[in-house]
Design a protein around this ligand. Structure first.
Ligand code: DC
Length: 224
């Protein structure tokens, strides 16, 4: 039987990636965290494409896209993102990347650059992909689509604790402001905005644990 293609979209810090990873393990699927790809491009831009004011020079980034090679490698069961052969899994979670990623992700050149590789990974089925535009743009024919949401206070708490667990300095108010700002840019951008696909199942997990969210998704998949 062909393994399913599952799209998980939703707001920042709703647990999309960690939930997708568990579901992938349970169902024997590949998991692709597409947010990590946008973060990887942003990290590259911060290293190599800054203007004299220290801001990202978008035109320089666009002309440098062919120098970016992103790949996930399996390190003891953990998928780790490499940029041009260097492990950048910690760097992509830094505050500097979080503060700049929505600007980078709203650029057509960047989205086009990442689109084809995301699609081709799903050709053979057996994948769960999480992001913002998976059910609407990247994989509109996915077998299952879910859209995760939760209150801003709950998401702030989760992101704050995630940063602390990664030994990254964090201030709860700044984390909240960054989430609000990113959600706004991601939802209002012209190309591939964050939006629920018409046929996606909405799961509000404000009051659900990670385990309960996973059970809700699996119950739906196994029911069909
Ligand atoms: O899921 P995340 O927070 O790691 O994603 C980082 C940013 O990347 C997010 O602010 C929006 C962008 N993104 C996107 O535009 N499209 C995707 N498919 C995934 C992420």
């Amino acid at each position: 039987m062909k393994k399913p293609v599952i799209a998980i979209d939703g707001y920042s810090s709703t647990g999309k990636s960690s939930i997708s990873k568990v579901i992938a393990d349970k169902l024997g699927l590949i998991h692709l965290d597409t947010g990590a790809l946008y973060r990887g491009v942003t990290w590259f831009a911060l290293q190599h494409c800054k203007d004299e004011n220290g801001l990202i020079d978008l035109n320089l980034l666009f002309s440098s896209l062919d120098k970016i090679q992103l790949e996930f490698k399996n390190n003891d069961g953990e998928l780790v993102l490499y940029l041009n052969q260097n492990d950048i899994s910690k760097e992509i979670r830094s505050n500097e990347v979080s503060d700049n990623v929505s600007l980078v992700a709203k650029q057509k050149e960047v989205r086009d650059f990442l689109l084809q590789s995301q699609r081709s990974l799903a050709d053979k089925g057996g994948i769960i992909m999480d992001g913002r535009d998976i059910g609407t743009v990247v994989l509109p024919n996915a077998d299952f689509k879910f859209f995760l949401t939760a209150s801003i206070d709950e998401r702030t708490k989760r992101r704050y604790h995630e940063l602390l667990s990664l030994d990254i300095e964090a201030n709860e108010q700044q984390v909240k402001e960054n989430l609000i700002e990113r959600d706004k840019i991601d939802s209002e951008r012209e190309i591939a905005p964050l939006r629920k696909a018409e046929d996606a199942i909405v799961i509000d997990n404000t009051k659900l644990s990670k385990k309960e969210t996973i059970e809700a998704i699996l119950a739906y998949i196994q029911k069909i």
